[in-house]
Design a protein around this ligand. Structure first.
Ligand code: KIV
Length: 290
């Protein structure tokens, strides 16, 4: 699937960046950390739509088509119901809307855990349908064999350890992980196992800061923190959370804006003008010529 296209009609809103840029690659992301050192941290945000991707692309290194779209886009209570087709469709939109960032797509719950072969089938479907460059999957040591299997067959994998939302029914909620010594040891061990298996980066989600720092020091690939530590090799947030689309967000989210308030105010004004027949005005209507 081509990521560059021209759609030049007077009504199209789909125009991408006029001058296609050279896209970052997975090896370039991996090489960000060399000999245990990362210069400038990697910038990753979630994206689910083409227009969102267009707005984020120039500022990011990685756009993650996260299965958090379950809650953010579809109003679902967890990520469990997400399907391969939901991920493939949103990932294709994000690829079409971006030219610079590496696009990574989440493998949904149930599409990869059974065997490396199942994971390969699901991952190839996602990459073929969307044009994304890599997949992300949740889990530590138990997924190492699958990571190596995919990697050796041309599919780059980003890992995800600590708080893994697809395991909500086992974990019993979304609380930070690593409060016991055993859990802390397991998180660092999971990160190590994924690193040895060949992931190009690892998301560390919802872990106590000392564990994030220890895991970052323990692996050769970049770590990308969310509710982790500024000492990770990069950071990710759910874009709608940091823009202020939701009232309730996890503690680790910094709300950079209050977009929900902007939308409320704007829509209230529109509704008022429609009801008062003050919209549309002659500026927004067509009149016969001559
Ligand atoms: O699904 C998602 O958005 C994620 C990020 C929060 C890392 O996995």
């Amino acid at each position: 699937m081509s990521t560059t296209f021209q759609l030049d009609t007077s009504t199209s809103r789909a125009n991408p960046t006029p001058k296609p840029m050279k896209r970052l690659t997975v090896p370039k992301i991996r090489a960000h950390k060399a000999n245990g050192e990362t210069g400038e941290p990697l910038v990753m945000l979630t994206a689910y739509t083409a227009r969102q991707a267009q707005l984020l692309d120039a500022h990011c290194d990685i756009l993650l088509v996260g299965d958090s779209l379950a809650q953010v886009i579809y109003g679902l209570p967890t990520t469990i119901p997400v399907t391969l087709d939901m991920m493939a469709n949103h990932a294709a939109a994000v690829v079409r809307g971006s030219f610079h960032s590496v696009v990574v797509v989440d493998m949904p719950f149930g599409s990869y855990e059974q065997s490396p072969q199942q994971a390969f089938e699901s991952a190839t479907y996602l990459l073929k349908q969307s044009g994304a460059a890599a997949v992300k999957l949740e889990g530590g040591e138990q997924m190492a064999e699958t990571v190596a299997f995919l990697n050796q067959r041309g599919i780059p994998v980003m890992g995800h350890v600590g708080l893994t939302p697809q395991a909500v029914n086992v974990l019993g909620g979304y609380a930070a992980r690593g409060r016991s010594d055993a859990e802390a040891k397991k998180i660092v061990g999971d990160a190590r196992a994924l690193d040895d298996a060949g992931v190009f980066a690892i998301v560390l989600e919802g872990v106590l800061e000392p564990i994030a720092i220890e895991a970052t020091g323990a692996v050769s690939c970049p770590t990308i923190g969310i509710g982790a530590s500024a000492q990770c090799d990069g950071q990710v947030l759910v874009t709608e959370d940091m823009l202020g689309m939701f009232d309730r967000v996890p503690r680790f989210v910094k709300k950079y804006e209050d977009i929900a308030a902007v939308i409320e105010k704007t829509v209230a004004q529109y509704a008022e003008e429609v009801r008062a027949r003050s919209f549309p005005t002659p500026d927004q209507t067509y009149q016969p010529k001559g």
